[in-house]
Write a protein that binds this ligand. Sequence first.
Ligand code: BGC
Length: 528
Amino acid sequence: MAVRGNVLDIKSLGGSNKNGGGSLTPSVLMICIVAASAGLIFGYDIGISGGVITMEPFLKKFFPSVLLKMHDARQNQYCIFDSQILTAFTSSLYITGLVSSLVAGRVTTATGRKGILIIGGAVFLLGTVLNAVAMDVKMLIFGRLLLGVGIGFTNQAAPIYLSEMAPPKWRGTLNTAFQLFIGAGVILAASINLMAAHVGDIGWRVSLGCAAIPAAIMTVGAMFIPDTPSSLIQRGRVQEARKSLNQVRGVDSDTEAELNEMISHNEAAKADNRQPYKVIFERRHRPQLVLAAAIPSFQQFTGINVVAFYGPVMFRSIGISSDGALIAAIILNVVNATSTLVSTFAVDRFGRRLLFFEAGVQMIACEVALASILASELGTAGTATFSQGASITVLVLMCGLSAAFGWSWGPLTWLVPGEILPMEIRPAGQGIGIACNFLFTFILAQVFATILCHMKYGVFLFYAAWVFIMTVFVALFVPETKGISLESMDTIWQDHWFWNRYVDVEKKYTIPDEELSYLAHQRISLES
Ligand code: BGC
């Protein structure tokens, strides 16, 4: 047996956890639903800003120059919404989100995942109040900055929470709930926008203020769920960790082995005693660092937020009425959210890679077709009006794009980084990933209106080229993680053609003496 001194080769303990199982108890389901509802506030926010910026009373109060352009019939349709201050309203949230997701990665060691969810929800609530009562642009943007702080926290914690609570066999399925709730939040927002557009001058206040509803649901819900066993162990609360694990796995299951594996990983990490943000930059963690940063960054290069933020704006630009544009946005979002269910069903059955590949092909096809239709209908001058048939085709193609995103880069961005990162650098890695995601969301949201104005229909070719690059990247560098327990994830690098050069094939962990006999006993029972 691979035991030398107090060093034991975890891999040699057998495949017990390589293809982990575990059943889906009602308790784990409920707990995960509460955590995933963090996606609601993120989704609500994504959906609300796109609609609010098409409301005339809102534009009149905060961005009168955009309103003037909208009423100017000679205006190039591609350029109406090209206003830096207007895009700052949408994208400012991502700046504070970026910083706060990194902070969350640090403070989670003290507060636990649950604490981060509660803090994030509370700050978000404060931001919604400021937004609803905003009197000038400064107040409006300050409110959005607070929303960003909240979302940075909750987006950092919720996916990790879900991955750490879920039984390995169900990890992908449960984790997709986060994206599902993002989708539900977007739909809720788009529907509220549609109603609010008819309540007169205060419609936008209703839209922005209603964000308090999902925020309150999430924050209050988070107070009643247990923290994750890994997080509790990291904070030395072994008894509570045992209780939490029993609660989610069910009393009949043998949770001691899982608990002990977490304890030994934690001991090994503690013996290291270095800052996670330093450790993650070490050569041995290169695969995890690269993928945890690349996947969330690439997600934004699918072009999804062109659809999410500027869907209504795009539809107005091609000549659809205000209500029509909001309805088209709802259709798009329903397609996006329901397609996430495909992922819920498929991710643990067929794996992550297959979803990435299929969606890559579908997105490229839709984007190239969108570029061609915009080119033929609007041309480069952008002053022609769209025929009804062409508007419908645009909507259908955008639905194709949203659907592919909904079962691939949408949910997998929240799943894969959290599952490939070892416990000691998981919060740091997730923080870095979210920060990258927000950085590119910010950059692309900020420049999209300008890109559209200058590249015109070519904007969709730009995204299609990116999706091609990303799909090749997945084929070469993203290993399959389906069904592998978090504690055994190291094995995927050892078997990988490229990443194996960064990891020790004979990975060893230092195990405290008192656990050694337990693990040795486990090995004997596995062998017999
Ligand atoms: C992305 C957002 C996007 C949303 C659309 C999320 O996973 O991070 O940028 O707007 O999905 O549903």
